[in-house]
Design a protein around this ligand. Structure first.
Ligand code: ATP
Ligand code: MG
Length: 603
């Protein structure tokens, strides 16, 4: 499946390209041109939804496979039965596909390899590289030593091979209680790398697994399992984040131990494939948290409505919010791939969304907080009830998107914020006695302000029939041209469609949520969601065929996204589409047109 080029994977070169180029130059995994020369994988644990950090990993791994004509694999690392759920498998599969991370063949599961891993573990016992330890978890921990002190050997370290083989089989069969025994690798209790001090390979967990059910009573540890999964799938570059750099010697040790004594004519068989683990710095954007544990806390404690609440940094949430996979990939590619931990301004991701949606999103006019405007001279220039259809440009960035007709009549709605009774001089929108251009409509002048107490409830205005489409009127007798400074959006009230709009802001107000108090909850932004229950949208707002076919590229995921002029980019909520929400569809704001946080930061 990975032939489809990753849409926005620009070939921005980084150190992993160099590593791969060297492998290819030395023919490490075959001849250039073979699909086996570059094989990458994305190996999520199905214990939560994917977040923006995972998007980085998908973009990187899938991008490399595409660039080198190799293959990309989606594999669930489902080695921990207690925390894993089908809901997460489903959401992750959907999110990887949505990100454009087309994978080769079927989705893989580490649990499919449990039998093979078990056989290799037995082989390691027989070769003297592993033993069953009956110490408690605490004794094992104490025996590991510290950074400055060597560990001490387990009293079971040198037990006869046959005892270990037998006990291991009985662990597998479910004869023992959780935690009563483990299988450990026999590496080096004095190694300066603590990961090499006889790490645990298997633990007893008498729990039901979401795929294998009650078949297994032992489960492999990450370090043992991961390299074997990679090896089975022929992965060339096992790309992971920097925390695993210290685990690489163990990754290599396990595969070398399996290969010890293997080769032509060996009783153990052929050597197995030995991938190269390669580490890079994790993506760590400001204003978000990218720990599944902490995201789960937000969900469990109901600070958000769920994993896909549009304020969450999960891929599902970003999709619901209106972000595009192309924008997310562009961001992940643009920030580069390095070996140095750094944090990235969240505003860069928002800018990537703006850049993409500016090019591709059709424009519409929507009034969030309507103020009634009556055109008092509408009847003087024709039938007072008439509606005139005005031509509006669908996307100024792309003529192919065409134009649409929007209605103009004697009663309009404008944004409350576009009128000011006591306006300062620089206020170029509507004010008493002032004139403003209604985009694609006419110029109107405000003659009278109707109030109910302090509240302005209606503006009575006249329009100039010579300004149709928003054009300037012809010069007067003395040759003077009238000018107007402000242009505002509007809708014809009689034809407008009521919608609900959800205005999202950042979920946290702190650049590093939780840094000050240790608890990210303390940095939650109380204004991260504002619901506008009844905004007015122009009629016939659904995406047209011309818009879907524009040269800049329609939205492949079928989600309808728009620029509401002057307000930002919005999308139809995927759970509350017009069909599902009845007469008032719900729109989510993806991002404002300009970065208001940058302005604040600059102050
Ligand atoms: P968490 O720490 O949030 O639980 P994880 O790393 O344990 O995340 P996995 O499901 O194991 O989650 O991750 C799948 C892949 O995504 C791994 O290869 C991991 O290296 C990568 N990954 C996770 N977080 C990031 C990140 N912030 N930046 C880049 N890659 C990441
Ligand atoms: Mg992990």
């Amino acid at each position: 499946m990975s032939e489809a080029p990753g849409p926005e994977t620009s070939p921005k070169r980084h150190f992993i390209h160099q590593i791969i180029d060297e492998h290819i130059a030395h023919g490490r995994w075959g001849t250039p041109g073979d699909r086996s020369v570059v094989r990458t994988r994305f190996p999520p644990e199905p214990n939560g939804y994917l977040h923006i950090g995972h998007a980085k990993s998908i973009t990187l791994n899938h991008g490399l496979a595409v660039e080198y004509g190799g293959a990309f694999i989606l594999r669930f690392d489902d080695t921990n039965p207690e925390k894993e759920e089908q809901e997460f498998v489903d959401s992750i599969t959907r999110d990887v596909a949505w990100m454009g991370g087309a994978w080769e063949g079927d989705v893989r599961f580490a649990s499919d390899y449990f039998h093979q891993m078990y056989d290799w573990a037995v082989e390691l016992i027989r070769k003297g590289f592993a033993y069953v330890d009956e110490q408690s978890a605490e004794q094992i921990r104490a025996g590991r030593g510290t950074l400055t002190e060597a560990g001490t050997d387990s009293p079971f370290r040198d037990r006869p091979v046959d005892d270990s083989v037998d006990l291991f089989a009985r662990m597998k069969a479910g004869e023992f209680a959780d935690g009563s025994k483990v299988l450990r690798a026999k590496v080096d209790m004095a190694s300066p790398n603590l990961n090499l001090r006889d790490p645990v390979m298997y633990r007893i967990v008498n729990a039901r697994h979401h795929r294998t059910g009650d078949e297994w009573h032992i489960y492999p540890m990450y370090d043992w399992a991961h390299g074997l999964e990679d090896s089975i799938e022929g992965i060339t570059n096992s790309i992971c984040t920097l925390e695993f750099e210290n685990h690489r010697p163990l990754y290599d040790w396990f595969i070398a131990a399996i290969n010890d004594g293997r080769g032509p004519g060996s009783e153990w068989g052929k050597a197995i494939h030995h991938p190269q683990q390669t580490e890079f710095a994790r993506l760590n954007p400001t204003f978000v948290i990218t720990s599944k544990r902490k995201l789960k806390q937000l969900v469990d404690e109901k600070h958000v409505e769920g994993w896909d609440d549009p304020r969450m940094p999960t891929i599902s949430a970003l999709r619901r919010r209106g972000y595009t996979p192309e924008a997310i990939r562009a961001f992940c590619t643009e920030i580069g791939t390095t070996k140095f931990n750094a944090s990235h301004d969240y505003g860069l991701l928002e800018n990537a969304v703006r850049d993409d949606l500016n090019k591709r999103a059709p424009r519409r006019m929507c009034v969030l907080r309507p103020l009634k405007v009556t055109i008092t001279n509408w009847g003087e220039h024709g039938d007072a009830d008439r509606v005139e259809w005005m031509e509006a440009v669908n996307n100024p960035e792309d003529d192919a998107a065409g134009t649409r007709q929007i209605p103009f009549g004697g009663t309009l709605s404008i944004e409350r914020a576009d009128f000011m009774e006591d306006a300062p001089k620089k206020f170029f929108r509507l004010k008493p006695g002032g004139e403003v251009r209604l985009r694609y409509g006419y110029w109107i002048t405000c003659n009278e302000v109707i109030k109910d107490g302090d509240e302005v409830v209606e503006l009575r205005c006249t329009y100039d029939p010579q300004t149709r489409g928003g054009d300037a009127p012809p010069p007067d007798a003395e040759g003077n041209v009238r000018k107007v400074k402000g242009t505002i959006h509007w809708v014809a009230t009689s034809h407008a469609v009521p919608i609900e709009v959800r205005l999202y802001d950042r979920l946290f107000t702190a650049e590093r949520p939780g840094k000050a108090t240790g608890n990210p909850i303390d940095d939650l932004n109380p204004e991260s969601l504002e619901v506008v229950e009844r905004a007015l949208l122009e009629p016939n707002w659904r995406t047209t065929d011309a818009e879907k076919a524009v040269g800049t590229g329609a939205f492949r995921d079928g989600i309808e996204r728009f620029q509401f002029e002057r307000l930002g980019y919005f999308c139809v909520d995927e759970k509350l589409t017009p069909d599902q929400a009845g007469d008032r569809p719900v729109f989510n704001r993806a991002v404002t047109l300009k970065d208001s946080w940058a302005k604040q930061a600059g102050k």
